[in-house]
Write a protein that binds this ligand. Structure first.
Ligand code: GTP
Ligand code: MG
Length: 232
């Protein structure tokens, strides 16, 4: 498969300063963690190829800056994102309260074609937790967001956030998946009498995405090689 055939999907990370957006991304992207805080300036960009149900896709990872002075830049990046992840710190109540700004802002864009995820970070600091799992889960459900809690520091649940929460939803919503793999999985799931998802009742077009045109994956010119880093 050539680079040209690979579909691109844009993921944007939003949330207050210091909640751990860059750390979650670093953990996912290169399985690393830095204790020292280095504020993101403007926006950082990474990309990574991943496989979803036998189909290789490229994730374009946009890491925004939480600092107030960069806030005005963000809406233009949200507009064409395929996946919008809003992060808060479970030990910082204000950071949770502030997610409402991004939740409402993204919902106002009426992006029914996008995937929305609320992520509580720093679960290694359970003893200083200030936002209960239930409270955040209820809020996410009310707003139509998926929800997961992670620790970028220990790596706990970070890969699962992608492999168990985001990728299955991408497969369902964007019809990603090798025909054979999806069929096998469906058969397996049917045998277990578990319903996979409402749109999983037919074979998937290989590498296909987004019949209606609205939720087309992001297309970029000159995609970088396997994994790349850019600082804007
Ligand atoms: P901005 O770029 O300013 O918006 O911040 P950010 O949201 O990208 O936060 P960043 O990833 O830079 O992390 C902020 C601080 O929290 C750093 O000192 C990290 O080491 C720390 N941190 C991030 N994730 C975790 C975590 O899961 N647990 C703990 N204990 N600390 C974390
Ligand atoms: Mg950052």
């Amino acid at each position: 498969m050539t680079e040209e055939d690979v579909q691109h999907y844009k993921i944007i990370f939003l949330g207050d300063q210091y909640v751990g957006k860059s750390s979650i991304l670093n953990r996912f992207y290169q399985d690393k963690f830095e204790q020292d805080y280095q504020a993101t300036i403007g926006l950082d960009f990474h990309s990574k190829n991943v496989e979803i149900k036998g189909t290789t896709i490229r994730l374009l990872l946009y890491d925004t800056a939480g600092q107030e002075k960069f806030k005005s830049l963000i809406p233009m990046y949200i507009r064409d994102a395929n996946i919008i992840i809003v992060v808060y710190d479970i030990t910082n109540k204000d950071s949770f309260i502030h997610t409402e700004h991004w939740v409402n802002e993204t919902k106002d864009l009426k992006r029914e074609d996008a995937i929305f995820v609320l992520v509580g970070n720093k679960i290694d600091l359970e003893e200083t937790r200030a936002v209960s799992h239930k409270e955040a889960e209820d809020f996410a459900a009310e707003k139509g967001f998926l929800f997961h809690e992670v620790s970028a520091k220990t790596g706990d649940e970070v890969q699962e956030l992608f492999t168990s929460i985001i990728f299955p939803e991408m497969s369902r919503k964007f019809n990603i998946g090798d025909e054979e793999e999806v069929k096998n999985e469906q058969e397996g799931e049917n045998n277990k009498n578990v319903k996979l998802g409402q749109n999983m009742d037919g074979p998937k077009k290989k590498g296909g995405c987004c019949g209606g045109g609205k939720n087309k994956p992001t297309k970029i010119e000159n995609p970088k090689s396997e994994e790349s880093d850019e600082h804007n």
